[in-house]
Design a protein around this ligand. Structure first.
Ligand SMILES: Cc1cc2nc3c(=O)[nH]c(=O)nc-3n(C[C@H](O)[C@H](O)[C@H](O)COP(=O)(O)OP(=O)(O)OC[C@H]3O[C@@H](n4cnc5c(N)ncnc54)[C@H](O)[C@@H]3O)c2cc1C
Length: 228
């Protein structure tokens, strides 16, 4: 599979559902990293080697490499789409990963080797006690960098956008929206005139600053707008 960091695939779990998943490894090994949140992801967690899934893609745009020093800010499984980018980025790398608790911190060992890593947990079981954005704010005060790449809960990404706009720093964020087709037909992932599946999932600060629904509204399975 010839894919760019930030692109995703639609994974069909026969008899259950088809769901979007970012690629967390691109290259010799191709992989996705799945958090168990509902029926489809639970079925994937129950799978054993040799079980079959269907895959189509890669879809969407990818992150654009920019500058010589980058800060990566990830919440939970939001680190998954950032991993291929972090591996590819040749400049200096700082990373913040945040999770609810230490058992949910993923890719920590690899990140320790390839980035200057900062860790936060909501319950203080590892690293800084608090949110990834609190840590990011502290890093903004003492470090200089060319760009921030982020993925995670939308409220977190909105805070990162605001921080970047205040400090005049470029940023790119990978958005998550409910998706059915993955190719811009079904409108499930429509957000202020953009399709997250086709125009995104990665958007930069210039577009995000104009997307009114960012950090506020999303669509549910029925297409109804609901508060984030
Ligand atoms: C571009 C993109 C990349 C993603 N990458 C990853 C990843 O790398 N790892 C990962 O664990 N998760 C990822 N997700 C989220 C993942 O698609 C959902 O968690 C999954 O679809 C939930 O399915 P479920 O049946 O287990 O849960 P459900 O019980 O159906 O729902 C649980 C939650 O997931 C949301 N959800 C359900 N179906 C979809 C769907 N088709 N599209 C988007 N959200 C949905 C629901 O709104 C709800 O909030 C990504 C989502 C998008 C849009």
């Amino acid at each position: 599979m010839d894919a760019e960091p930030g692109q995703f695939i639609m994974v069909w779990i026969p008899g259950i559902d088809e769901v979007p998943m970012s690629l967390s490894y691109i290259g010799e090994k191709i992989a996705i990293t799945v958090e168990k949140v509902g029926e489809a992801t639970e079925a994937m967690h129950d799978m054993i080697e040799g079980d079959r899934i269907g895959v189509r893609g890669p879809y969407g745009n990818g992150f654009k490499i920019f500058g010589e020093k980058a800060l990566f800010v990830a919440g939970g499984t939001g680190i998954a789409p950032l991993m291929p980018l972090i591996r590819k980025y040749e400049g200096e790398k700082l990373a913040v990963i945040g999770a609810r608790t230490k058992d949910l911190l993923i890719f920590k060992d690899e990140l320790e080797k390839i980035t200057k890593l900062y860790i936060s947990t909501d319950d203080g079981s590892h690293g800084y006690k608090g949110f990834a954005t609190d840590l990011a704010e502290k890093i903004f005060e003492k470090e200089e960098f060319d760009i921030v790449y982020t993925c995670g809960p939308e409220i977190m990404m909105k805070k990162v956008l605001d921080l970047c706009l205040e400090n005049g720093i470029k940023m790119q964020a990978s958005l998550e929206r409910y998706m059915k087709c993955g190719v811009g037909i079904c409108d499930s992932c429509a957000i202020n005139g953009y399709h997250v599946c086709k125009d995104g999932p990665v958007f930069d600060d210039s577009i995000l600053a104009k997307i009114d629904d960012f950090g506020k509204w999303k669509r549910n399975e029925a297409g109804k707008k609901v508060r984030i």
